[in-house]
Design a protein around this ligand. Structure first.
Ligand code: RP5
Length: 182
């Protein structure tokens, strides 16, 4: 059974620099360590699919210079896409997309107020010319899966793994339907 929910302790282990792969293909960034419980699901997906990734904290507001450096240097470091999660005035995904030619997947993180709709609107309402592929509120699982699909367009290994994942998922639903019917 696939279970993408990680404990906060496990999520913190994921940002241990020793665990960093040599050549990450996907960068998972978030505005604050308070986003980790949500963003760890994307890390878990990437890990399950065997995708080399890195994870760190980059804040559009608190560390703007770090954000620019990260976005600008990402292609030359070999990253193929960036997953960016943020809550509230969630400017990180859009600003990173403004400063890199790589695809950016935005994850709206639900804060303590407004049910995450503020984050969703901040991320999804991008001006023409700077796209951010926005997933549902708190759904970093789908951000991870979308990143794997992107990699699958150029690496058959990930395409095959995604096909296997879809078949397994379908099978699980059919088993549940069968139980319900009989
Ligand atoms: C955003 O502000 C972060 O992405 C986070 O979701 C939110 C709150 O941050 P903290 O005050 O918890 O650090 O930048």
């Amino acid at each position: 059974k696939l279970d993408y929910i990680l404990s906060e302790e496990t999520a913190y282990k994921a940002i241990d620099s020793k665990a960093k792969p040599e050549k990450p293909l996907v960068g998972v960034i978030m505005g604050s360590d308070s986003d980790l419980p949500v963003m760890s699901a994307a890390c878990q997906v990437l890990s399950d699919f065997g995708v080399p990734y890195e994870v760190t904290i980059v804040s559009a507001h608190r560390t703007p210079h770090r954000m620019s450096k990260y976005a600008i240097e990402a292609p030359s470091r070999g990253l193929k896409c960036i997953i960016a999660g943020a809550g509230g005035a969630a400017h990180l995904p859009g600003m990173v997309a403004a400063m890199t030619p790589l695809p950016v997947i935005g994850v709206p993180v639900k804060g303590s107020t407004l049910d995450g709709v503020d984050s969703l609107h901040s991320i999804v309402q991008m001006p023409r010319g700077i796209p951010v592929a926005t997933v549902a509120i708190n759904n970093s699982t789908n951000a991870g899966l979308l990143a794997v699909r992107m990699l699958g367009t150029v690496d058959a290994k990930y395409l095959t793994k995604m096909q296997e994942f879809l078949l397994k998922q379908e099978e699980e639903v059919l088993v549940k339907a069968d139980k319900l019917e009989n």
